[in-house]
Write a protein that binds this ligand. Structure first.
Ligand code: PRX
Length: 639
């Protein structure tokens, strides 16, 4: 069977095969790639330890598949179209596969010259510039493990991530542009590495030209280093199960987890999911103009890794990388870029759609948007209203919307329509990709069968890009994902399966808030707030937010009753900004006298959630509370 499914009947047939004989199914897909040595065995797994290995004994380098493989036939094809933040200051860049290959080889040599070797962890803290893709692929070229940290995270968050995986090199830039703002990225790195002795070198790309401090012997300029090397860099052979990258993500505990993905399985699944979900041909014909594909995520998140870089490049696609923000210089910026580059496939987050919608159609009307063929969403549930707005005003009623459900831990898209093939339904991620076996369970782990049901979403069988471990702490991986329900991978999401077997993700069922498509653990925000010297305790919950999907509502107990409340709130925001970054700043802060706790000291979050949602009359059973009177005072002070 061909790699790309073309009809719904084919989808059904492929799905059936993927369940009856998963090994034969994936072996067939893996054959489409360049392996230095073929695997000895397709799969070995158990979800108890857990241990999952795909394409055992296979040897390859993923960059040979992203780059070298395409050079003979379409080296001149544009791999990356880079759209700058400010078109008045910078020009669009078009980087061909041949140029990208050249840059990646050179930068891989820079890394080697600076002591990097296979298995080393390298931190990338960079803005949305093509050099970020070069840095990522250069790590992969030499078998080093990249750990990209979103450049909106604070020095404190950066420290946690560098220390957790003992990174030896940090790749960064002097500054970053974001709309009208200029952010001093290198200063943040300087602050972080003071307490990160593992870091021996910092390589700095000059992006904004702002003043930076260079520490002799440690800090090097990208441009100087690139002059010292050649473009000859044979790819290092890696094992299918060698680590490709670590990506930190929030969970229900205070400390972010380093999700680990490995080379072989991740590669096969990224190409497979990309080509099928977006219906982008694997290696489009030489004679035709390839579709222009644009994913608006940041490379600091998994969507950027899988669907700006690896998925598209593995397929020989042209991928747009956008440095700016959707609302600057005005709310028409996305649509301007779509017209400018004649984008055919556009993939973004519901929060961006809602913020565009809020600005009105005046920003959409000046653009034709005729080039669009497929629209996509990711990161959070999309409400029906936003779906319709997107469908009608951006897709002009002719583009299927692929609502793609997946997670950092799943590596790639798990449940989603295949564009133009699976009939869509607003708010529904629809059906699983071949190879993905979703199961709904109740609280006791009992499977809920049939349709028209709701439960906790689990996956029964491994797929090639399932999380392998959490870096440095395998037990945490087991506890978090494989221990809640026996023999199942637990996603942390609630889910409904409708009468037709279509899946709709209803949101997190754990203590994780999804703010503008970003996962934020409540414990992490609480830990940050508690750093304020006058805060004794805090409890954080999510609440529905018209643009962000969920907002952050913090209940705090303050020791000092004299404290000016508005000043206190500002200070709390500053502490959260410092400890995590602007994305975790609470939208609402309520000072309370006490928190609703049970006799055993557990905070009853469901009560706080109801208050945060604006529900003040029916708070459910409060009889188990140590002091039920706190509820009244919380209720009367609700914001
Ligand atoms: O709750 C689900 C939500 O985002 C979570 C994963 O977050 P993260 O690992 O940061 O990855 C985001 C990009 C893949 C999921 O547990 N989520 C993601 N996509 C959807 C979604 N919720 C509903 N519908 C989606 N399409």
């Amino acid at each position: 069977m061909a790699f790309r499914i073309q009809t719904f009947e084919e989808y059904q047939e492929e799905y059936r095969k993927s369940v009856t004989d998963p090994e034969a199914f994936w072996e067939d897909k893996a054959k489409h790639f360049t392996w230095r040595k073929k695997w000895d065995k397709v799969l070995e797994w158990n979800f108890t330890q857990p241990s999952v290995k795909w394409f055992l004994g296979g040897k390859l380098n993923i960059t040979e598949n992203c780059l070298d493989r395409h050079l003979d036939i379409h080296g001149e094809r544009t791999a990356i179209i880079w759209e700058p933040n400010d078109t008045k200051k910078d020009k669009t860049r078009y980087i061909s596969y041949a140029e990208l290959h050249d840059q990646v080889c050179r930068f891989a040599n820079v890394l080697i010259r600076n002591g990097a070797k296979k298995g080393d962890r390298i931190c990338i803290y960079m803005p949305m510039v093509p050099e970020s893709a070069v840095a990522i692929l250069a790590c992969a070229r030499i078998g080093a493990i990249h750990s990209v940290v979103f450049a909106g995270f604070s020095a404190h968050s950066l420290i946690d991530r560098i220390q957790d995986s003992d990174c030896s090199i940090v790749i960064t830039s002097d500054g970053a542009f974001r709309g009208a703002k200029e952010i001093p990225i290198k200063d943040i790195v300087d602050e972080a590495v003071e307490v990160c002795p593992s870091v021996k070198k910092i390589i700095v790309l000059e992006r904004t030209g702002c003043n930076i401090r260079l520490t002799e012997g440690r800090d090097l300029l990208w441009k100087d280093e690139m002059k010292k090397v050649t473009n000859q860099c044979p790819a290092t052979e890696t094992d299918s199960e060698d680590m490709l990258f670590i990506l930190y993500t929030s969970g229900s505990t205070g400390k972010p987890k380093g999700v680990v993905h490995t080379v072989g399985g991740y590669m096969v699944f990224m190409a497979y999911s990309f080509t099928n979900v977006f219906q982008y041909p694997l290696e489009p014909a030489h004679s035709t103009r390839p579709d222009i594909y644009w994913c608006t995520a940041d490379i600091g998140w998994v969507t950027g890794h899988s669907y700006i870089i690896y998925g598209p490049l593995l397929c020989g696609a042209t991928t747009v990388m956008f440095e700016g923000i959707p609302t600057w210089p005005d709310a028409g910026r996305f649509w301007e870029v779509v017209d400018k580059h004649q984008v055919n496939i556009f993939y973004t987050a519901p929060t961006a759609i809602r913020s565009m919608e809020a600005q009105g159609l005046g920003y959409v009307r000046p653009y034709s948007l005729d080039s669009l063929r497929v629209l996509g969403t990711v990161g959070e549930p999309i409400n029906e209203e936003a779906w319709q707005w997107y469908y009608e005003n951006i897709g002009k009623g002719k583009c299927p919307i692929v609502d793609t459900w997946w997670q950092t831990e799943t590596g790639g898209i798990m449940i989603s329509p295949l564009a133009g093939i699976t009939p869509v339904k607003p708010g529904f991620a629809t059906l699983p990709l071949p190879g993905i076996q979703p199961v709904l369970v109740n609280h006791d782990g009992k499977e809920i069968t049939g349709n028209g049901v709701e439960g906790n979403l689990c996956i029964r069988f491994p797929w090639p890009s399932v999380i392998r471990t959490t870096y440095g702490d395998h037990e945490r991986c087991r506890q978090n994902y494989f221990a809640t329900y026996k023999e199942l991978y637990f996603t942390g999401d609630g889910c409904r399966r409708d009468e037709n077997g279509y899946y709709r993700i209803t949101g997190r069922v754990d203590d994780v808030i999804n703010v503008s498509g970003h996962r934020i653990g409540t414990a992490e925000v609480e830990n940050a707030i508690n750093q304020h010297p006058d805060i004794v305790e805090s409890a954080v919950v999510g609440f529905p937010h018209p643009i962000k999907g969920q907002g952050i509502y913090a209940f705090v107990i303050c020791t000092n009753s004299q404290h000016d409340i508005s000043l206190l709130k500002e200070e709390i925001l500053a502490v959260v900004n410092k400890m995590i970054g602007p994305i975790a700043k609470p939208d609402k802060i309520q000072v309370v006298g006490g928190l609703p706790k049970t006799r055993s000291g557990k905070i009853l979050r469901r009560i706080l959630k109801k208050v945060a949602e604006g529900e003040t009359s029916n708070l459910g059973d409060t009889s188990t509370l140590l002091d039920p009177s706190v509820v009244d005072s919380i209720r009367t002070g609700a914001l």
